[in-house]
Design a protein around this ligand. Sequence first.
Ligand code: SF4
Length: 281
Amino acid sequence: VSRRLKPFLDHVLARYNRREYLATDPLSAVYRYPDPRDQEVVAFVAAGLAFGNVKAVLAGIAAALAPLGPHPARTLTDLGPAAALRKAQGFNYRWVRDRDMANLWLMLGSALRAAGGLEPLFAASHSGAAPDTLVGADGLVVALTDLAPSAVDVTRRGTRSFLPRVSGPGASKRLHMFLRWMVRKDELDLGLWTAARPAQLLVPLDTHVARLSRRLGLTARRTAGKAMAQEITAGLRVLDPADPIKYDFALAHLGILGVCPSRRDPHHCSACPLSPVCQME
Ligand code: SF4
C-alpha cells in the first residue's frame, strides 16, 4: 500500500509542510524564543497543552508562557513553589488548573537544575539501537516525576496529563509531537536534540492523522491508540526509512485547515491531491 502513496504524500509534504501554516500549530509558540534552552522547555509546555481546538490551544499556551517572561528557562530554574502558584493564579485550560501549571513549571525547573534540560533525562534511558523512542520517552516522564519537588502533587489529573506513560495503550500524541519537534530538523521542526534519530520517532497520532491514515489505507484500526500509531509509522517507514514522520505536519494540517473534512465532501475531494489514493467510500 505505502509505496503507491509516496508521490502523492510527497506532493502534500511540499505543499503543506511550510512555515506559512505554522500559525495554526502549537509549534508557533516555540519560535518566539531564540535561545534553544528556552525553546526546549517552551516546547514541552506547548505540546503538553495541545488538546482541543487550535484557537483555544494557542490561547492556553500563551497564558501558560506569559508569566515566565522572555527567558522561561532562567525563570523556571529560579522558581520556587510559592512564586509558581502566584504566577499561575487564574490559569485554567480544560482540566489543567493553576496548580497543575505551577506543578509543570516546578518539574521543568528541577530538570533544568539537575540536568540542564530535558534531553539528558531522555538520553539516560534511550538507546541508539532501539527501534523507537518509547523507552527514552518513558524514561523522560519517570525522571520528571521523580525530580518533582515535594510541593508537587503528581496524582492530580491536570498534572498527570503532562506526564503520559507511553508504555500504556494510548497514542501519547503530545509527547511524541514534542519529540518530533526536538529530534527532526526541517523548515518547521527544531532538531535541537541529537540523542535520537528521526528514524526512531513514532507518529504523533491525532484525530486528523488517524482519519487520513484510514482513508489512505495505512491502517484499518478504529481505535486511535499506540497500536495504530505504530502501524501508521511502519507504513510511513516504507516511504522513508530514515525519516518516516516527516509527513506528520502536512497530514495533520490537511485536517486542521479543512482541506480534508471529517465527512465526505465531493467539493473538497475533487480538488484534493490525495484523491487518486484515497479509499474513502
Ligand atoms: S479525497 Fe477527500 S476524503 Fe480523501 S483525503 Fe482528499 S479530501 Fe480527504
